[in-house]
Design a protein around this ligand. Structure first.
Ligand SMILES: C[S@@+](CC[C@H](N)C(=O)[O-])C[C@H]1O[C@@H](n2cnc3c(N)ncnc32)[C@H](O)[C@@H]1O
Length: 271
């Protein structure tokens, strides 16, 4: 078993997460049609920003649908994988290395949509970084544009570890991913997770393990955070079923949550 950062092997990440990509992109487009209030009733294609864009699965999908996509990530391997995929598929997007807490936008124009799904936001381990990130995204958006943010809420009453298992296949490669999340530490607002990958590639199997730490949120903590970022109004809540017709409320009744945040005020646009 090797101790790795899973994100240093973007192909294995991509194999596990590929299945949901088209559904997530459909959902993002549906949220824009329903909730964006852009001046001049701006229609697609939209200018899209993905903080922590990873292997580029959604960058490529949205670019293939005609949107004008930009994204950044802190991991150089992820960025290289995303660029290769765009080249291979004859697609274009602007990608650069940057961090969620302090990123700069290499463009003078505002985005219509930003999105950050699958709990990536919880890598921001302090409240200051979370607020800084949300303010930066708000500055990058045009008034009336959306930030669609997906994350797992924490149940602080849970006493037992949580397990999840996914299996993905591509070509001659099979990836099995087992996650183990320990009960959260409420005062520190942290939860620890372990990911174990079993990768069988053309008949040979190896194992790799990654340890992660996330900031935790329940519904009240999330509302408290949003109150610190007045540029955004929460205009809808959904969950990881990505069903546009089935909105939820922002409470602790279910653990997966997608916030649809709309930029309401005219902040300075990030340069
Ligand atoms: C779960 S993946 C999500 C990738 C992509 N958004 C998707 O939906 O497939 C998390 C990504 O966040 C990146 N990441 C983690 N912390 C980051 C940070 N502070 N700033 C920028 N990227 C970060 C990792 O390198 C990884 O590519």
């Amino acid at each position: 078993m090797s101790l790795d950062n899973w994100y240093d092997t973007p192909l294995y990440y991509d194999i596990i997460f590929a299945e949901d990509t088209a559904r997530e992109a459909d959902f993002l487009e549906a949220m824009m049609r329903r909730h964006a209030r852009l001046a001049g009733a701006r229609r697609p294609p939209w200018r899209v920003l993905e903080p922590a864009a990873g292997s580029g699965r959604l960058v490529a999908e949205l670019s293939a649908r005609g949107h004008d996509v930009s994204g950044f990530d802190i991991n150089a391997n992820m960025l290289a994988h995303a660029r290769e995929r765009l080249n291979r598929d004859g697609l274009h997007a602007i990608l650069w290395k940057d961090s969620m807490e302090a990123f700069k936008i290499p463009s003078r124009f505002g985005f219509d949509l930003a999105h950050c799904l699958v709990s990536t936001f919880k890598y921001l381990l302090t409240e200051d970084h979370a607020v800084a990130h949300l303010n930066r995204v708000a500055r990058a958006l045009r008034v009336g544009g959306l930030y669609v943010l997906g994350l797992h809420l924490t149940d602080y009453h849970q006493r037992k570890p949580d397990h999840e298992r996914w299996v993905g296949r591509r070509g001659g490669i099979k990836v099995t991913c087992n996650t183990h999340t320990w009960p959260a530490h409420r005062r520190r607002r942290r939860e620890a997770m372990r990911t174990r990958l079993q990768v069988t590639r053309h008949g040979r199997t190896h194992f790799q393990e990654t340890r992660w730490e996330f900031r935790t949120y329940n519904a009240e903590e999330l509302k408290g955070l949003l109150n610190k970022v007045p540029a955004f109004k929460c205009v809808a809540c959904h969950d990881f079923t990505y069903a546009p017709e089935d909105p939820r409320s922002l409470d602790d009744a279910y653990s997966d949550l997608i916030l649809v945040l709309r930029k309401e005020s005219g902040m300075r646009t990030e340069k």
